[in-house]
Structure formats: structure tokens, C-alpha cells
Design a protein around this ligand. Structure first.
Ligand SMILES: N[C@@H](CCC(=O)N[C@@H](CS)C(=O)NCC(=O)O)C(=O)O
Length: 366
């Protein structure tokens, strides 16, 4: 891979630290690929997505095709044809998983999770990323690649596109028939799952994006994506005080706003569950367990916001949702995969919040 120093070291923690340090130094300017102004900048990992000002700047997703209910489409909504590769740790992948459960699509679209902690994806370079376990049972909740024999998510992208040099991210909506990535942008995958698979969904009547709430959903998504979903990453990956301070301020202004909204209604767009709630939930459920410590989002804990905290419990207790939350993977991933933030990979013991505890939201907003 251009710009990264080949290494023969194994993937234990110390080597991961060295590898990340090398990736960081490449991102900081010792790599021809990362500094060339004539070439398109393609991030290999989140650590490459930090600008010269020290702020985190996410790269857009690459595969943007759509599955359609139209049987003659290139990617028709057919049962058994697609597989969703996720990491239980990843909030973006988890929102897709939540849709599989809510729409009753988990029998028509298979899914599997990678291992929680980034590892070397090649012997020949030091890229760190998502890998599959060698066998079932190696890591509870993670499965070997059932269709392509891939060792890593990077392998999958290279099957789909031989010259793919971007960041190999999850989620991946995979077409088993054409052996390619249909789409790797979760905001688009969830829209497809909501509307295109109703012919094979067990819960086709559930519309998480109804026309009459569209404007409100888009408005909430606008606030939540930038300030909260991506905002926590901006806090965590900032490499200078200024961008961190700015991201934290924006994050807590948005959380305060959500707290206020949720004091008046059960969900973010009224008293009906919508896409906006699924998108907010995946960040809130990780907040106190990970983001508060690992990403330095500790100005206030989720547990100190009565409405947001009870709302998170309310969402968690929707049938099917708790199965999409694997706190073991979440904690292992964040604390173990970013050695530049947590060099020794130590996982804090707390706080083990009980999201199954009672809340009063159903009765409050009858
Ligand atoms: N825009 C993408 C973002 C997905 C994304 O950033 N996924 C992260 C995990 S939470 C990932 O796979 N990162 C790989 C890496 O950093 O190497 C989406 O929403 O689907």
C-alpha cells in the first residue's frame, strides 16, 4: 500500500500501537499519497481522516447503488440474495441491523459480524481494520465470512473492486449473486430496508420514513448526524484542542436540544417511532459506556439527562433492538482499536448501565 511502511510484526497490541503510530506519521505528511495535492486523498483508516487543523473529517462512502422493489432492476429485492456485513461495535452498521429486526427482514437478508478489535489485514503492509475470525466460536458474536472466504473486510472490497484503495468500512450490503458491494452507506441502506423490501418483510406496514414526517425527520437527522453521531467522533479523533472544544460544544448543545424535545414527546419527531430515533439511539447507547471516556465526551453523562436516558431505555426495550446491541463488542472495539487514544487497550470496568430498567415514557405520552 503506498505510503505505509511494510512490517513483518504480528498483530498483538504493542505492534498495533507501532502500526498506528506509523499510519499517523504517514497521515502527518511522511506519505506521498497523503500529501500529494494532485491525487485524490483516500483515507485508509479513521486516523487518516484528520485535517491539518487537527479536526476529524469523515470521507464519503464509495458504493452507492440501490436495491429496488422492481424485479427487473440490477439489484432487485429478492429474499436470500443479500448479506449484511456488520460490526456489532459500529453505530452505522447497528442502525442497519436495527432495521433488519424492526422490519422483520432478518430471515430474508442474512448478516454476520466481524471481530471487534482491528487487526492487521495483510502481512505485506500495516493497515489495521476489520477482520473475520478464523472459525466460529473464536470470538462470541463474530463469524467467519460465510460466502467469500475473506479474511478481512478489506478483502471484500477488493473482490468488489480490484483497485479499491479507500477505507474498508462496515456496514457492507453485499450481493451474493454478483459478488459485489451494493452499498456501504448506512443512511442509504436503511432507506432501502424501509421501503424496497416490503414484498418479503415480516413487518411491511412499519414505515420509519413516512411522507408526512419527512421534513421533520430530515431536520432532526441534520442536527443529530453532524453534532451527535459524527460529533462524538470529532471529539474523539481531534488532534488539537480547538477542534475538540468546538466539537464538544456543538455536541452538548445538540444533546440539550434533544433533551428538551424529548421532554414534550415520546420520540424525536412526535409520538411515532421514525428513522430519526434509530439514528440517534445508536450513538446514545454507546455514550456512557464508551464515548464519555474514550472520546472525552464527559461534560455530562447520558444518565444525567432524564429524558434522553429514559428514551434510550425505551428504544432498547423495543422488541428486537436489544439483540443489535452487543456491549462486549462495543467496549472491546473502541478501547482496543485506537492505540493512539488508548495505547494500552485497557477497558474501563464501568459503568454497566442497565437499559432494561423501567422507564415511564409509554405512560407519559399516551
Ligand atoms: N458513512 C459510513 C460510515 C461507516 C464507518 O465509518 N464505519 C466504521 C466503523 S464505526 C468503519 O468501518 N471504520 C473502518 C476503519 O476505521 O478502518 C456509513 O454510515 O455507513
Amino acid at each position: 500500500m503506498p505510503g505505509l511502511v511494510p512490517s513483518t510484526s504480528t498483530s498483538h497490541l504493542f505492534c498495533r500501537s507501532l502500526a498506528a503510530a506509523r499510519t499517523l506519521s504517514a497521515a502527518a505528511g511522511h506519505s506521498s499519497s497523503s500529501t500529494s495535492s494532485s491525487s485524490v486523498k483516500m483515507a485508509r483508516s479513521a486516523l487518516d481522516e484528520v485535517t491539518d487543523t487537527g479536526a476529524f473529517d469523515r470521507t464519503p462512502s464509495t458504493f452507492r447503488s440501490f436495491v429496488s422493489r422492481d424485479a427487473s432492476a440490477r439489484f432487485p429485492a429478492v429474499a436470500g440474495r443479500y448479506h449484511l456485513y456488520v460490526s456489532y461495535a459500529c453505530p452505522w452498521a447497528s442502525r442497519c441491523l436495527a432495521y433488519l429486526k424492526l422490519k422483520g427482514l432478518d430471515h430474508a437478508i442474512s448478516f454476520s459480524s466481524v471481530k471487534p478489535i482491528f487487526e492487521r489485514t495483510r502481512e505485506s503492509d500495516d493497515h489495521l481494520g476489520w477482520v473475520f475470525p478464523a472459525s466460529a466460536g473464536e470470538v462470541p458474536g463474530a463469524d467467519p465470512d460465510p460466502f467469500n472466504g475473506a479474511k478481512s473486510v478489506r478483502d471484500l472490497y477488493e473482490i468488489a473492486s480490484t483497485n479499491y484503495t479507500g477505507k474498508p468500512t462496515v456496514p457492507v450490503l453485499w450481493d451474493k449473486q454478483l459478488k459485489t458491494v451494493v452499498n456501504n452507506e448506512s443512511s442509504e441502506i436503511i432507506r432501502m430496508l424501509n421501503s424496497e423490501f416490503n414484498g418479503i418483510a415480516e413487518n411491511p406496514g412499519l414505515d420509519l420514513n413516512p411522507a408526512h414526517l419527512q421534513a421533520s425527520i430530515d431536520e432532526v437527522n441534520g442536527l443529530v448526524y453532524d453534532a451527535i453521531n459524527n460529533g462524538v467522533y470529532k471529539c474523539g479523533f481531534a488532534k488539537k484542542q480547538g477542534p475538540y472544544d468546538e466539537a464538544v460544544t456543538t455536541l452538548y448543545e445538540a444533546l440539550d436540544k434533544c433533551e428538551e424535545i424529548l421532554g414534550k414527546q415520546r420520540y424525536m419527531c412526535g409520538n411515532q417511532l421514525t428513522e430519526a430515533d434509530v439514528r440517534l439511539f445508536v450513538t446514545l447507547i454507546r455514550f456512557d459506556e464508551v464515548y464519555a471516556v474514550h472520546f472525552k465526551c464527559n461534560k455530562k453523562l447520558l444518565r444525567e439527562y432524564p429524558n434522553l436516558f429514559n428514551y434510550t431505555k425505551d428504544m432498547y426495550q423495543i422488541p428486537g433492538i436489544s439483540s443489535t446491541v452487543n456491549m462486549e463488542h462495543i467496549r472491546k472495539h473502541y478501547y482496543g482499536s485506537h492505540p493512539s487514544i488508548n495505547p494500552y487497550g485497557i477497558i474501563p470496568q464501568g459503568p454497566n448501565v442497565d437499559y432494561n430498567a423501567p422507564h415511564d415514557r409509554e405512560r407519559l405520552f399516551l
